[in-house]
Write a protein that binds this ligand. Sequence first.
Ligand code: ADP
Ligand code: MG
Length: 723
Amino acid sequence: MSAIDRKEAVNLINNRPPMDVKSSGKLADIWATDVFDLAKMKQVLPKAIYKSLEKTVRTNSTLDPSIADVVATAMKDWAISKGAGYYAHVFYPLTGATAEKHDSFISPQGDGSVLSEFSGKLLIQGEPDASSFPNGGIRSTFEARGYTAWDVTSPAYILETPNGSTLCIPTAFVSWTGEALDKKTPVLRSNAAMNKAAQRVLKLLGHTDIAQVNSSCGAEQEYFLIDAAFGNQRPDILLAGRTLFGKPAAKGQQFEDHYFGAIPERVQVFMQEVEDRMYKLGIPAKTRHNEVAPGQFEIAPVFEAANVATDHQQMVMTILKSVAKKHGMMCLLHEKPFKGINGSGKHVNWSVGSATQGNLLDPGDTPHSNMQFLVFCGAVIRGVHKYGPLLRAVVASASNDHRLGANEAPPAIMSVYLGTQLADVFEQIKAGDLKSSKAQGVLHIGVDTLPKLPMDAGDRNRTSPFAFTGNRFEFRAVGSGQSVGGPLAAMNTMLADSLDWVADELEASIKGGLELNKAIAKVLKKIMDDHGSVVFNGNGYSAEWHKEAVEKRGLRNLRTTADSLPVLKEKEIVALFERHNVLSPTELASRFEIYAEQYVKSIDVEAKLVVEMAKTKILPAAITHLTEQVESFSVLADSNIELDNSSIKTVAAQIKAMQVAVAKLDVAAAKHDFATIEDHMQFCAKDIRDLMESVRAAADTLEGEVADDIWPLPTYMEMLFIK
Ligand code: ADP
Ligand code: MG
C-alpha cells in the first residue's frame, strides 16, 4: 500500500470537482426555519397555552403537563410539514457525544391503517435504552433504565440527514432513580443555583425588581480541516482523532502567516454551508477566521443563554464534522491533532445577567452599577481561587492534556487575568484605599463613586486560562472537542457559592451597623486579602510563573488528567455541588468513575494503535528501505563507488530502538491489574505516554531517513498544506 495511496490521494485532491454550494438565500429567509421556536409556537398554539409555555421558558419553571398534548400535536404537524417522519429525544451522555433515539410518528390502527401520532407524554418523556451509556455505577444492570425529559428552554428542531428529516427534542437524561446521567442537567441546576444566590446579592444592593438571572455563553470553536483522502489512510486519525506519528513539516507555523490570512476557497465554501445549516437551526454564527496553525480555523456564534449555547455548541460540532465529510474533508476536533503545531481549544465566554439588571459583569457607566460589577467580579475571583482545581478537573481529558500543562495555551494553573486597570482597582481595594483609577481624567472616588471602567480590549493576555475581557470572563482551558456543559456548570456553581458567601458577609456587616458602601468595601477587601493571589497579569507560560504560582501563591499545578480528576472526590468539591443542589455525592462520584475510565480507555486505544502501526506500517517500510540501501551500497562498492553510507547505521539504530520501545509498550499496555483507578490513570499518564513517545521519537527520525516513496503514512506536509 502506501506510496501509491499517497500519490493517489494527491491526484484525487487535485481533481476534486469544486463543491457547488449555493447559499440558501438571504439570512432573513433561512434564519431559524428549522426550529420550532417561540415565534412559531405563537402562530399555531391557542393563546392561553402559548402564554403558559412562554412563561415556563422565561422563568425556567416546570412545564404544565396538561398543555403537553396540544404542544406535541402542534410540534408534530410542523415537523411533518417540514418533511420529518421521525422524532428523537436528543440527549448528551457523559461520553461528551450527542445521542439520539429515533422513533417514527407512525401508529398502526386496529383496522390495519396507520396514523401519525405524537402525544404530550411522548414529547415530555422518553425512555431510551440507557444500558449502553456510562453511568459510573449509578444503576445496576437490572434497573438499567434511563429517562429523557424535554428541556422546554431549548427549542425543538429538524435535523436533516441524507436519509430524511427528524424532529429533535432536546432533553435531560436521568436514571430511573432521578440521578443525572448527562451534561445538560447540571447546567440547568447550576443556573438555578446561581440565580438564587445572585438574587440575594442584588436585593442586598437595593434592587427590588429583579428578573431571573441567567448565565450566558459564547463558545469559540477551533478545528482543523484535512483532506479525507489523507485522513482515511491514517488509522491514528480515524481511531484516536490525532496523529500518533509524524515528523513536523519543514514549514510549520513559524511564519504565522495563517492567522487571519485569506481563507482558502475550498474552506470558504465549506464554511458557507456550515453557516447556512447553523442559521436554519437558529444558531447565530458570527465570526470565522483562520487560526494560528496551517489548516486550523475557528468559528464563533454570538453568545446565548448557557443552556441553549451548550446544545447549540454540540450541534456545531456535529455540523462541522458532517459538512466536512460531504466536502471530502475531515474536521478534527481533537485538542492536539499534530505534534509541534498549535492545538485547538474552545474559549468559553461566560457572563451572568438578567433582563432587569443587564450584564452583571459589565463595568457599566454609573457608579452604582460599578459597585455592583465589582461585587460580581470579586465573587468570580474568589470562586476561581477556591475552586481553580475544579476548573482544571472539568476540562481534563486525555486529549486536552496535550494542551494544558504541556507548554501550550493555556497553562494548567488556574489564575485570573484582570487587565492592568481593573487589577489596579482591586489592588486599591486590597490596600483599603480606593481612590483613583488609572483611566485618565477620573480621579478621587470612593466606593460609591467608582470610575467608569472602559473595556480593556486592547490589553489582552492570551496566556491566561481565565481572563476578564471587558464584560465577561473567558475560560480558555476548555478543549476543542469537549462539551461546554461541564465547564459552565462548574463556573455557575462556584459563582453561586461565592455570591452566597458575599450575601452572608454583607448581611452580617449591615446587621452590625455598617452602611452598605462600607460593607461592600469590606467584603471586597476580604476577597482580595484571602483570594487575591489568584490574580495574575503576567506571562502564564513562563517558568518563573509556574514556580511562583506553586511555591509562593499556593496555587495547584495539575498537569495531567490523572492529577486533576481526583479533585472531583475532594470533600470541598463534593460539598460544593451538594450544597447548591447541582450534583449529589452519588452523581459526582459516578462522574469521576466515568471520566477516569474514559481517560484510561483513550490512552489504551492510543497505545494499541502505536504498537500496531509501528509493527504493520512503519517498521516494515523502514526495514525494506534499509535492505534496499544495503544492497545499493554494496552494488556501488563493487563498482568502486564509495559514498557516505552512514545513514544505514542511523536507520538500523532507529529500527532497533523502535523495536525495543514497541515491545515494552506492548507489555505495558496489557497491564490492567491496578489497585485503584487512580493508580491506573497515573500509569497511563506517566509510563504509557512515555513509552508511546519513545516509539514515536524513533519513528519520526526514520521518517526523515526512509525514502519518501515507500513511507506508509500521509505526512504532515501533505495533511496540513494540500487542500
Ligand atoms: P475573541 O476571539 O477576540 O475572543 P470573538 O469575537 O471571536 O472574540 O468571540 C467572542 C465570543 O464572546 C463571541 O461568542 C461573543 O458572542 C461572546 N460574548 C460577547 N459578549 C459576551 C457576554 N457578555 N457574555 C458571554 N459571551 C459574550
Ligand atoms: Mg476569545
